[in-house]
Design a binder for this molecule. Structure first.
Ligand code: SF4
Length: 101
């Protein structure tokens, strides 16, 4: 029968499981052929997209890195996007869901 210390170790280890899963998911880059990415016309280089002026911001100034849904990550040049379940998108990228930060 496990003693109190063993139970606390097991409980502590189990508490880390969701965090590990979140980190693995967050490290995934959004594939360009992902159905949601295709639907939102996501590109890793915003210069490849036709961007129209939106909410007072010129299309040419719209990038993932200045989008409200973008959160910088540990991987330089990439950030989590709330529209893509926090998977990584390219900082210089863009999609039709862009809104100013
Ligand atoms: S919602 Fe914003 S951060 Fe996410 S892919 Fe589109 S432009 Fe980039």
């Amino acid at each position: 029968m496990p003693n109190r210390r063993d139970v606390l170790k097991i409980a502590g280890g189990m508490a880390l499981i969701p965090l590990v899963n979140v980190n693995v998911r967050a490290a995934d880059k959004v594939p360009l052929d992902d159905p949601a990415a295709v639907a939102l016309k996501y590109v890793e280089d915003a210069n490849q997209a036709t961007r129209v002026d939106k909410m007072g911001v010129a299309g040419a100034e719209q990038l993932c890195s200045n989008c409200r849904f973008y959160a910088a990550s540990a991987e330089e040049g990439w950030g989590g996007c709330a529209l893509f379940q926090n998977r990584l998108v390219a900082g210089p990228g863009w999609c039709a869901g862009w809104v100013p930060a």
